[in-house]
Design a protein around this ligand. Structure first.
Ligand code: GLP
Length: 245
């Protein structure tokens, strides 16, 4: 794993965006794997700026999102569909039909997982997968204990993940209990992975990732087996001086 630290979240976002936009320029037909959450929003902002000022085009780019809440309509602002539209898609020239996100409203979520895998096989492999890191080590919504051989599947979210994500909702009771997520093995199929880690609340997870063993109990640890992983971490993940004893 190639680890790069940046002095701030803004620097991390700029670094990540310039990496992604370079890849898009090099390969206009690139297949990107995209993540939601707070961590990549700065990168998306920079990608929009880059699209407007330098004209990087997404006309021929295909994207696959990692996950979506079960039972969440596209119109709900907390859906990952709405998130992607708001933070990236509506600001760039990407074609709607090339942006794939699991359908949280499918009447048959298990079937939807199979369909998503079919789309991944048809349009993939993913050239560059962007990932965030859950405080409990999850990637996508693959919670601790998920098999490293998992493909796209339905997960029951842990209380800690629902609590962490409740900041976007009125309260924890409004956070869905289930989600559809690409599996660990589906993520590992990507040719290259860019993991973004920012914020003091990720310090423990980051340390476990670097120094812990590879285990299903800490899903991100499996990334150590991937041949091409770049990690961008900001100073707050490393800075121990601000730990309150
Ligand atoms: C969420 C998402 C993940 C994301 C992670 C960290 O629940 N499903 O894809 O990477 O948790 O989120 P954040 O960046 O907001 O800390």
């Amino acid at each position: 794993m190639d680890i790069i630290t940046t002095p701030s979240y803004e620097a991390l976002s700029k670094e990540a965006a310039s990496y992604v936009s370079r890849k898009v320029q090099e390969n206009p037909h690139i297949v990107l794997g995209l993540a939601t959450g707070s961590t990549p929003t700065g990168m998306y902002e920079q990608l929009i700026k880059d699209h407007i000022t330098l004209g990087t085009s997404y006309r021929n780019v295909t994207t696959f999102n990692l996950d979506e809440y079960v039972g969440m309509s596209k119109k709900n602002p907390n859906s990952y569909y709405a998130f992607m539209k708001k933070h990236l898609f509506q600001h760039i020239d990407i074609q709607n039909e090339f942006t794939f996100i699991p359908d949280g409203m499918s009447g048959d979520p298990q079937k939807e997982c199979g369909l998503y895998e079919e789309k991944l096989s048809k349009h993939g492999p993913i050239d560059l997968q962007i990932l965030g890191l859950g405080a409990n080590g999850h990637i996508g919504f693959n919670e601790p204990g998920t098999s490293s051989s998992s493909r796209t599947h339905v997960v029951e979210l842990t209380d800690s993940t629902r609590k962490a994500n409740s900041r976007f909702f009125k309260g924890i009771e409004d956070v869905p209990t289930h989600a559809i997520t690409m599996g660990i093995d589906s993520i590992m199929d990507a040719k290259e992975i860019l993991l973004l880690v920012a914020g003091a609340n990720k310090r423990e997870a980051f340390e476990k990732l670097l120094y812990g063993e590879i285990s299903d109990n800490f899903p991100a640890s499996i990334l150590k087996k991937h041949p091409c992983v770049k990690i961008l971490a900001d100073q707050s993940v490393l800075d121990t001086s601000s730990i309150i004893a």
